[in-house]
Design a protein around this ligand. Structure first.
Ligand SMILES: *Cc1c(COP(=O)(O)O)cnc(C)c1O
Length: 433
């Protein structure tokens, strides 16, 4: 028996392997070296053959730098929070690359002087929502809410319906977010019903504003009533409308989903929303509304802590000027076309247990709750779900009734061949049986 410790390949020998060297130039030594050490350690323990070190290192390395793995979203959930919400438009991705270097984010090239940060993005947003007198952009909708609560209601009251005290996700609850600013909540109505009289009875000298929140991730049915922005705007105090998912104007398919334009026309003082949900952009929080109020928000010291990065400004600008975002495309795809794609995939997966299934896709991510969007999927054995997630790119479907469904509404049509290859690779893995 040879002592395994004597046959451990040296680090410099492993790093000199051509495939490992390519990985080092893409990922850096700091990422590759620990992976090499882990493989050497396995050789020392006798759990890896010395000749298998290079393949083991290559298999354990990430596909790209950045700590994130690209995922094909085949869940049928258009805006999937766990998968990074909205995929960006091509123009937004290229804007990110320009902004990544030094750029004129706060500089006027013609005069050589300092300029308002992100002015092009703010002007584009203002033009996209002409009914807003002024606009501002912060880190996300939660930040926009915190800023409104701090500036307009710290030490005072925010009037809100009990039916709109929403938990956003991952345990974050709107009421906790609001009171952490020093504002007090004045809850009105009940879980299922609130009336104008409920709000009117709560308005007083301590009122900072009335908050109207879109219940964006659940629906209440039955004996229900809620008060719209228009009725609240008549009560003589500011109304802040959290519309959630960032539609700037009404969308023909998303009936009942609030939009910024309608809320402003109805009399909202400030409308706030996310930019990475239905708007289809990067993570950000948009604030649209009356000039004097937006100016107070913009000038508050907290605004500096909530300001967005140049990458966000660039991607948001490009999203606002894009002809069509991937989110809009996914929502508008015709179901017959999706079925055709599913059939073609099933044919190309000849020999595997794959069938076409009718499915229901949804908006997800806190938008248009309850809306059922007819869709089509490739239905596979549930045992393939894990190997598909473990492939590169990772393919994430959803498992239902013992089958792994790859819903094609959320998959870019240009990636169907990749899906077929991923399924074949997953089916050939030993764990798939
Ligand atoms: C999603 C959502 C939020 C939180 O938005 P972030 O941009 O994730 O901070 C707040 N309110 C409503 C109604 C939402 O739908």
């Amino acid at each position: 028996m040879i002592d395994p410790r004597r046959s451990v390949p040296r680090t410099d020998a492993v790093l000199a392997d051509p495939a490992v060297a390519i990985a080092v130039s893409a990922l850096g030594h700091r990422t590759v070296k620990p992976v090499v050490r882990a493989a050497q350690e396995r050789v020392r323990r006798g759990t890896l053959a010395p000749t298998d070190v290079i393949p083991a290192v290559l298999a354990a390395l990430p596909a790209a730098p950045g700590g994130l793995t690209a995922v094909v979203n085949a869940t049928g959930i258009v805006v999937h929070t766990n998968l990074g919400r909205a995929p960006l438009a091509a123009a937004a991705i290229s804007a990110l690359v320009t902004a990544a270097g030094t750029c004129d984010v706060e500089f006027e090239l013609t005069t050589g002087e300092r300029a308002q940060r992100g002015r092009a993005t703010l002007a584009t947003l203002a033009a996209a929502v002409p009914d807003a007198q002024a606009v501002h952009v912060v880190n996300n909708a939660a930040a926009a809410l915190v800023l409104c609560a701090t500036v307009l209601a710290a030490g005072r009251e925010i009037i809100v319906s009990r039916g709109e005290l929403v938990e956003i996700g991952d345990g974050f609850r709107l009421p906790d977010l609001l009171v952490c600013t020093g504002a007090r909540l004045r809850e009105v109505g009940t879980t299922n019903r609130s009336s104008v009289a409920d709000y009117a009875g709560a308005v007083g000298p301590d009122t900072g504003f009335i908050l109207k929140v879109h219940p964006s991730n659940f629906t209440v049915q039955g004996f229900t009533s809620a008060v719209d922005v228009g009725a609240l705007a008549g009560l003589g105090v500011p109304v802040v409308a959290d519309i959630g998912s960032g539609l700037l104007r009404p969308h023909p398919l998303l009936i009942g989903e609030p939009d910024a334009r309608s809320a402003l026309l109805a009399g909202a003082t400030v409308v706030l929303c996310s930019s990475d949900k239905l708007l289809g952009g990067p993570q950000a929080g948009l604030l649209l509304g009356r000039t004097d109020v937006i100016e107070r928000l913009r000038r508050h010291p907290l605004a500096r802590a909530l300001r967005v990065d140049k990458l966000t400004l660039a991607a948001l600008q490009a999203t606002l000027t894009a002809d069509l975002t991937p989110v809009q495309t996914m929502l508008s795809l015709d179901v017959e076309g999706l079925r055709r794609r599913a059939r073609a995939l099933v044919v190309s997966l000849d020999g595997l247990d794959a069938t076409v299934a009718d499915t229901i896709a949804e908006v997800g991510g806190g938008g248009a709750p309850g809306l059922a969007i007819p869709s089509a999927a490739v239905s596979l054995p549930a045992a393939l779900a894990g190997p598909l997630r473990g492939g590169r790119p990772a393919v994430v479907g959803r498992v239902a009734h013992g089958r792994c469904l790859l819903d094609l509404r959320t998959v870019h049509p240009g990636r169907d061949d990749e899906i077929a290859a991923a399924v074949r690779a997953a089916a050939s893995m030993p764990t798939a049986g």
